[in-house]
Design a protein around this ligand. Structure first.
Ligand SMILES: [Zn+2]
Length: 427
């Protein structure tokens, strides 16, 4: 079941065309009349994405199609079709100066496109990927072909292509955003910015002319100009050119992955965080053990939400650390999920002072610290998690420099802008 739009990921869609289940239209052609009449039928329920206009079969299931058993070749010997491919070859060789470069064709079929390209620019290295039986034909034609799917992480690294070609493949994929998004991602990781020539059938004419014959089970996706553009723009590409070709019946896009330092930064900060939390768990665990060994009484302030997450993450069990308070007195008498301490109101600490108060909710540390002072709760020190360990709370410059929120016009209730903002943040 295809719940979201394959092109943009949007969930709302309008019903468009819901025929009886249909046989495969191009693949596994039956070898007898009887077999044809008894051919397996597949559910078709085409919807239009309410955001980008993409048309897709909600009932599509890629794994029900026996691609490995038969050829999926489209008939491509027509004269005008040959001309169309010739123009694409000219575009790559002349306009984008791809002589002598490395090109990869994802789903190259029998390799006809690269045969044409090599006739124009024999010094190019052309590598095809084709998991179907057409790969054998392409090899017989002398092309360098892997009988396999294209794996962006593996194949971009080893081939470092200048051009990617992917023609009449994307409309068959259950999750085209996965393929094009992964290509953009791994190009970023390997600092590659290949030209990417993508081609799909164009559905706009079929919609305008009310054609039903364009809807095939094999085509889960039916691209419009806008949905094809959206597919690339929302998965990390700059669209250089996008145009209807071959009598406006196909769409050709020339796109390039955007190289964004952000992607590498996300990877680095994630690795750093993972390393830091491993160290932090060890260090805070050691500090808590030391407090117990020293015989100091410890209370934890902040019992639910991020407080509960803190207590659970650091193994603050009720046996060693029975005292947990919370600023919200309505939570008193309930228990901390996971670790089991009864939640006490703040004034509990006035009657049962602790040597050490650990503030569990770092983002509310200043408020809690102010509350400890206001309620005249005694303790030797108030600790907070800072730079990977529990440290005495020293106040925060950030609050002193809190910018005021500029609000034009009168302020209802006479509140100053800064107060309004602060009240909003804490609710
Ligand atoms: Zn969409």
């Amino acid at each position: 079941m295809q719940e979201t739009c394959p092109a943009c990921g949007f969930r709302i869609a309008h019903p468009l065309y819901h025929p009886e289940p249909q046989p495969l239209a191009a693949l596994n052609l039956p070898r007898s009349g009887e077999a044809a009449r008894e051919a397996l039928r597949f559910p078709m329920d085409f919807h239009v994405c309410a955001f980008c206009g993409h048309i897709f079969n909600r009932q599509f299931d890629y794994y029900r199609i026996p691609y490995e058993e038969d050829s999926n070749l489209m008939y491509n010997r027509g004269a005008l079709w040959q001309d169309h491919m010739g123009r694409l070859v000219d575009l790559l060789v002349d306009e984008y100066d791809m002589r002598g470069k490395t090109l990869v064709d994802i789903g190259c079929g029998d390799g006809l496109f690269f045969q044409k390209l090599l006739q124009r620019a024999p010094e190019c290295r052309c590598v095809g990927f084709e998991p179907g039986i057409e790969a054998d034909n392409a090899r017989r034609a002398g092309l360098e072909v892997y009988k396999d799917y294209f794996h962006p992480q593996r194949d971009l690294k080893r081939l470092r292509p200048d051009v990617l070609v992917c023609r009449h493949v994307i409309e068959h994929l259950q999750c085209p955003r996965d393929l094009v998004g992964e290509i953009a991602y791994w190009c970023n990781r390997y600092e590659l910015a290949p030209l990417f020539l993508a081609e799909v059938p164009r559905i706009d004419n079929a919609i305008e002319q009310g054609r039903l014959s364009d809807f095939l089970y094999e085509h889960v996706s039916n691209f419009t100009d806008y949905s094809f553009r959206t597919l690339f723009e929302t998965t990390g590409y700059d669209v250089l050119e996008l145009a209807p070709c071959y009598g406006d019946e196909v769409l050709v896009a020339l796109v390039r992955p955007r190289l964004e330092p952000r992607l590498a930064a996300i990877g680095r900060s994630t690795a750093t965080f993972r390393q830091r939390i491993a160290e932090q768990l060890r260090e805070v665990g050691r500090q808590l053990d030391a407090l117990v060994e020293q015989g100091r009484s410890v209370a934890f302030w902040g019992a639910t939400g991020k407080g509960a997450a803190f207590l659970n993450a650091f193994g603050v069990d009720g046996r060693r650390f029975p005292v947990v308070v919370d600023s919200d007195e309505q939570k008193a008498g309930r228990f901390v999920p996971g670790t089991g301490q009864e939640i006490r109101p703040p004034d509990y600490l006035r009657d049962h002072p602790a040597d050490v108060i650990v503030i569990t909710t770092r983002w509310r540390a200043k408020d809690i610290f102010d509350e400890i002072r206001r309620r005249q709760v005694r303790c030797d020190e108030a600790l907070v998690l800072e730079a990977g360990r529990l440290q005495p709370y020293l106040g925060e410059d950030a609050w002193a420099n809190e910018p005021s929120l500029r609000i034009e016009g009168p302020h209802p209730g006479g509140l100053k802008p800064a107060s309004r903002r602060r009240a909003g943040r804490l609710v």
